[in-house]
Design a protein around this ligand. Structure first.
Ligand SMILES: [Ca+2]
Ligand SMILES: [Ca+2]
Ligand SMILES: [Ca+2]
Length: 536
């Protein structure tokens, strides 16, 4: 536009003075140049007498983001009412160039630099425009939804949160989001909670200002293997459900056999270890805290999930999932495993509706005591290993490593020594009554450091006391007075076996005269000990 105007100007100037011709160029140039130096001038004849009166600034958006730009326009208005665009001729200024400053290459282009306010003016030929306030807003960030996808069975819901990340700044914009479901026959949204109501895939879309975030949703169509509702060895486990079960960190999820079998959440799982315990049951606590949990990280890596199902609370009442969460947490803190309570047990009926069946699991014939411990195979949801079929703890590592094998007669678990160097007594081998170490009253340090017992023999005229001390959280040791002939514990005058097999940190036997003591790890556990023999 500028070049066209200059040419037009040349004609105007010629007519108003002594005339123009091709031989008179020098004079004409002199007349024209001052106008050119000052920039564009009115494009009509009348404008020659017109006086610039005001300078006004316009821009499309008075508020825009850092790292974006807006083109400003300066308009000169003459006393005649005529106007001219003088954008490229004015001197632009921004009161705070740290907030926004003008481009050096394009006149009037205002670059947002950092969030804040600045005041824009332009000057032209002695005129200064009114100030225009411009706000630079933070650069729009990247929205991230958590979770960014969700697959669930009908009835499952998920709560989303959304973070906006702008540079190093992260802000939670969850409460500012507006959600819509792309298919309300699959998922509905209320606030920022989505609930699966049908099967299929769709999306929900979250809107935050001009930004959007989408979340892929799948309503899972689960085909659970046919079953007869009984819990039995090699049978398909019943289609049970525990709403609002607890994860180790206290978050709640619906957990069910159906979820375990079908949900992508368990995609990398092959086995489910179920510990049916009770709040009042010491051996259950031992199983959870001392046997299973120390192995749990390794088992989880092998594709095992754990379900701690509490049958009863400390008052022998049906346990809630809340109780299960607190009780298991008191034993293993945030150790792996879902926590559910039998009061909350539900079962899918033939038409896939849920029915309350509190206490269903502990009422099964397979449950002869607590803890009952089973391993299920995810592929077909069959119960492949039952603690009730073994005199030892189940060899979880072996079972989870090979869930297709026959575990109807599970072998003892591999022995794991809890001893450190020097814990084992120097009088090994002492693994049989024949090898028993001869001792006098006193204190002896030793250890059950392999799968074999330790034997000691002594002769004391009269009564004595043998006390065994150890850390039962590491390994439970027991002790008995051994009868070489019967290869059984010696019986006292009342016919009771002279053995001490409690669950605490100490075993004690009081007897008299010569004896052979046998010290052994309960269920192949291992730990160092201190043995004290005193004559009474
Ligand atoms: Ca030993
Ligand atoms: Ca030994
Ligand atoms: Ca014991």
């Amino acid at each position: 536009m500028g070049a066209y105007q200059y040419r037009l100007l040349a004609f105007v100037v010629c007519f108003a003075t002594s005339g123009c011709n091709s031989t008179d160029d020098d004079d004409n140039q002199n007349l024209i140049m001052p106008y050119l130096d000052a920039g564009p001038v009115p494009s009509t004849d009348a404008a020659i007498q017109a006086t610039p009166e005001s300078l006004t600034l316009t821009l499309e958006q008075a508020s825009f983001a850092a790292d974006s730009s807006q083109q400003m326009t300066a308009t000169l208005t003459y006393d005649t009412g005529d106007t001219d665009d003088v954008t490229s001729s004015v001197t632009w200024s921004s009161s705070d160039e740290a907030v926004a400053r003008f481009s050096e290459t394009q006149s009037g282009l205002l670059d947002g630099i950092a969030p804040g306010q600045t005041s824009i003016t332009a000057a032209y030929d002695g005129l200064t425009s009114d100030a225009v306030n411009v706000e630079i807003t933070p650069q729009p960030g990247v929205l991230t939804a958590t979770p960014n996808q969700f697959a669930g069975l009908p009835g499952d819901s998920v709560t989303f949160s959304v973070q906006e990340m702008a540079g190093d700044a992260v802000s939670d914009v969850t409460e500012s989001m507006t959600w819509t479901s792309a298919d309300e026959s699959i998922v509905t949204v209320d606030g920022h909670i989505a609930t699966i109501i049908g099967t299929g895939t769709t999306q929900i879309v979250g809107q935050y200002g001009a930004q959007m975030v989408t979340i892929d949703i799948e309503g899972i169509d689960c085909q659970y293997p046919a079953n007869n509702g009984q819990i039995a060895f090699m049978e398909v486990f019943p289609d049970l459900f525990w709403k609002d079960s607890y994860l180790p960190d206290g978050t709640q999820v619906n957990f069910s056999m159906r979820h375990f079998h079908c949900s992508p959440r368990y995609a990398d799982k092959e086995t489910l270890i179920i510990v049916l315990g009770a709040g009042w049951c010491g051996p259950c606590s031992r199983m959870t805290r001392d046997i299973l949990n120390p192995r749990a990280p390794e088992l989880v890596d092998m594709g095992a999930e754990i379900l701690y199902l509490e049958a009863q609370d400390t008052n022998y009442e049906l346990a809630t999932s809340r109780f299960a969460y607190r009780h298991i947490g008191s034993l293993i803190d945030q150790g792996p495993g879902v926590r559910s309570g039998e009061l909350d047990t539900q079962i899918y009926t033939a038409d896939s509706t849920l029915m309350d069946v509190p206490g269903y699991v502990q009422g099964q014939p397979i449950v002869t005591g607590f803890p009952s411990v089973w391993v299920l195979r995810k592929r077909d949801m069959r119960l492949i290993a039952d603690q009730g079929r073994s005199n030892y703890y189940l060899p979880f590592e072996l079972i989870c490593a090979d869930p297709e094998a026959d575990w109807s007669n599970p072998p003892p678990p591999p022995f794991r020594s809890n001893c450190e160097e020097g814990d084992e007594e120097l009088t090994e081998p002492n693994n049989t009554a024949q090898e028993a170490t001869r001792i006098e009253p006193g204190v002896f340090e030793g250890g059950i450091c392999d799968a074999e017992p330790d034997f000691y023999r002594f002769t004391i005229a009269g009564p004595w006391r043998a006390r065994l001390e150890f850390d039962s959280s590491e390994g439970d040791l027991d002790m008995l007075v051994y009868d070489k002939r019967s290869e059984q514990p010696v019986l006292d005058e009342n016919g009771r076996a002279l053995l001490s097999n409690g669950t605490g940190d100490e075993e004690e036997i009081v007897h008299e005269n010569a004896a052979i003591l046998m010290i052994y790890g309960y269920n192949r556990t291992s730990t160092p000990y201190t043995l004290t023999i005193e004559a009474l």
